[in-house]
Design a protein around this ligand. Sequence first.
Ligand code: TXA
Ligand code: MG
Length: 332
Amino acid sequence: MARIIPIESGTDEEKAQAIAAATDVLLRHRPVAIPTETVYGLAADATSAAAITSIYETKGRPRFNPLICHMSDLDMAERYAVFDPVSRTLASAFWPGPLTLVLPLKADAGIHPLATAGLDTVGIRVPVGFTAELIRSLGRPLAAPSANSSGRISPTTAQHVEADLGQKIEVIIDGGPCPVGVESTIVKVENGEIHLLRPGGIEAEAIEAVTGKTVIRLKASGTAAIEAPGMLASHYAPNASVRLNATGVAPGEALIAFGPGEISGSSAARAVLNLSPGGDLAEAASNLFDFLKRADASGATGIAVATIPYEGLGEAINDRLMRAAAPRGTEG
Ligand code: TXA
Ligand code: MG
């Protein structure tokens, strides 16, 4: 069992204790589970080979899949990466927040090559709240993938982290449920054009509104695997099979619904969980991973998921659901 340290009451004393406990583990080159606005992260010193190795080992993650490096603010980020004007505009508009920028790495600045899987770019984001304070206090960037075993559903509560990784880590900082609930949006600017590597907590529409530029999506058959090496087809895998765009519930299935509409057969479902009865996509995103885990825990043989609109945060929700429904055996 990991030590779970709450920071939810928000007192300075509580925060100072949590920062001290996390720092003690981090300085021993070990990982700590930390709350962010998107999902819980498994954080370790991005400048230490031993620390990064312990992240890959704890998660069982393939080492070709680079980690996002978290910074306290834009000033710190500029020490480690080269910003073009569009990326700087995006950083100013959305940091702290659920946006990761893939940028040219300043090779001698100190990020360990294991964190970037040897690439000449680095994924950087500035998270909201406690984790940015922890990084500022530590004075070093934290590499942090989601705090789940590789290929499994990302955690949005400290209890999710404990259930998956509690035997392998020392400390979990408990900031309560993550308000966004899906991971950060990842973009890479090349020649002034914005490429979407992973839809996430910042809507593509918001990026377009701030920059006046069209966000370019990778085609389904395109180079996503190369551009964001972690975007493997099967990910977020529950034990039960996942069936999308369901209009009815089959015997033995649990239902994940969205909006006020009725789905036939739902009275016989093993569990019925509505992501947002009022049809709000932000509420749906914040419930998504918890409901996938709960539907799985209901003992259902399959999980039927109602249609979710594609606009706004619906793009990230549908991306995660498609990965949860993909054939198994290719997860990362
Ligand atoms: O919201 C989030 O982004 C969470 C929290 C903890 O910050 N983190 C997260 O990390 O989702 P992870 O490791 O589960 O996903 C990181 C993704 C992977 O798909 C990885 O391939 C991609 O970011 N990535 C990291 N560095 C990259 C780079 N230099 N170029 C392209 N893709 C990169
Ligand atoms: Mg992940």
